[in-house]
Design a protein around this ligand. Structure first.
Ligand SMILES: *Cc1c(COP(=O)(O)O)cnc(C)c1O
Ligand code: SF4
Length: 365
């Protein structure tokens, strides 16, 4: 890794205990269980935690607990069935127009809610040249694919040179391919976003990059984080945010409203608010759907359309992403009017156009 040297990352309970007093649940995390995601906390992120607050929302995201090692029965290793949808080693093709490429399993920080724990931190390292070539060939021969997600792990743990080679491999074959840089680095280790990185990205002007980041709490939006995001946006790379709805972190209207408004004020579009996936070890983070609906409804009342993320769920057993929210469409009345409940709870109707022939109703699919 380039700028994340080990002196700046906490990986053991002993080291952590020099910074804060652990709760019983945190102390009971068994570091030697092989199935567990190891502890990994950059001192930058650790410094954002209030050590006096055992329920600090940033603390909950990074300090391992015994709770996550209690088998729940509901979760699985790979609820999105990414292994089944893999078309080459590390390339997942679940939706027609886009693919996800697991660029590396390495992250500067291990989030306890990580949905890709089956892969994250498993010491497989960055994708090899052969894996990259095979994935690029697949994209070349599937022209319906217009976007690739560089995900992981965290793609920005690659050195600038490795990332450049990876981009080149895909863009040589598909100059038009939109690349999403999916990274938590602006939140976990913003110092990684250097002028060098941005200069390198600017060498690929044939199609856009999109920055997809993950801020889960407004306190993660530090001056350093904002500076990192500014660098991308000033270089013409739009920034989107994907938040995971997490119990005890952000399952609160005030917190999420502040997060979304501050993201928007810093030119980051709130894109998704994700319901927690059924991943083993993350049950204590999952929010009941009814509460999620209530939060979504309250946010929709308060936030502008730009500030409002789409609440969505990735259905178990590889069911795919589905938007979530209260139903505003109630159905069709006896008179053939579409009936809606509006944001104030009033019933309103909308008629279909009159005298439209069946064949004029549009070509779906
Ligand atoms: C979420 C996801 C995508 C991207 O979906 P969008 O709705 O376009 O953001 C692509 N591939 C996989 C496998 C995904 O899980
Ligand atoms: S940065 Fe992303 S991939 Fe890495 S541990 Fe966090 S959620 Fe998982």
């Amino acid at each position: 890794m380039q700028t994340c040297n080990n002196t700046a990352i906490i990986t053991s309970r002993d080291a952590l205990q020099r910074h804060l007093r652990l709760s019983e649940d945190e102390r009971s995390f068994n570091e030697s269980l092989p199935s567990s995601l190891p502890m990994k906390i950059p001192t930058y992120f650790l410094s954002l935690i209030n050590p006096e607050d055992p329920n600090d929302p940033l603390r909950r995201q990074v300090i391992p607990t015994g709770s996550e090692q209690i088998p729940q029965g509901q979760g699985t290793q790979d609820p999105l069935q990414e292994i089944k949808y893999s078309v080459t080693d590390r390339l997942i093709h679940r939706y027609e127009s886009r693919v996800a490429f697991l660029t590396t399993d390495i992250c500067p920080m291990h989030c306890r809610h990580c949905f890709r724990r089956r892969f994250t931190g498993t010491f497989q390292g960055p994708a090899t040249k052969v894996q990259i070539e095979k994935a690029a060939l697949y994209v070349e021969t599937h022209p319906k694919i217009t976007e690739i997600l560089f995900t992981g792990g965290d793609v920005l743990t690659l050195s600038d040179a490795c990332l450049e080679a990876m981009i080149r491999a895909f863009r040589d074959k598909r100059p038009d391919l939109i690349i999403r840089i999916c990274t938590r680095m602006p939140a976990s280790f913003p110092m990684r976003i250097t002028e060098n990185l941005i200069t390198m990205l600017k060498r690929f002007p044939t199609a856009p990059f999109y920055l997809m980041c993950q801020f889960n709490h407004p306190r993660e939006l530090t001056p350093q984080a904002i500076e990192a995001i500014d660098r991308f946006i000033d270089a013409g790379i739009p920034a989107m945010n994907q938040t995971v709805l997490l119990h005890g972190v952000n399952d609160d209207v005030e917190v999420l409203a502040e997060l979304c408004n501050r993201l928007l004020a810093h030119r980051i579009k709130p894109y998704y608010l994700f319901q927690g996936d059924l991943v083993e070890g993350t049950a204590h983070f999952r929010v009941p759907l009814e509460k999620g609906f209530a939060i979504e409804e309250a946010l929709r009342k308060r936030l502008s359309g730009l500030a409002m993320p789409l609440y969505a769920i990735d259905l178990p057993e590889g069911g795919g992403k589905v938007p979530l929210g209260r139903n505003y469409l109630l159905g069709k009345s006896k008179e053939g009017q579409w009936m809606f409940r509006n944001i104030e709870g009033e019933i309103r109707t909308y008629p279909d156009p009159i005298n439209v022939e069946q064949s004029d109703q549009g070509h779906l699919g």
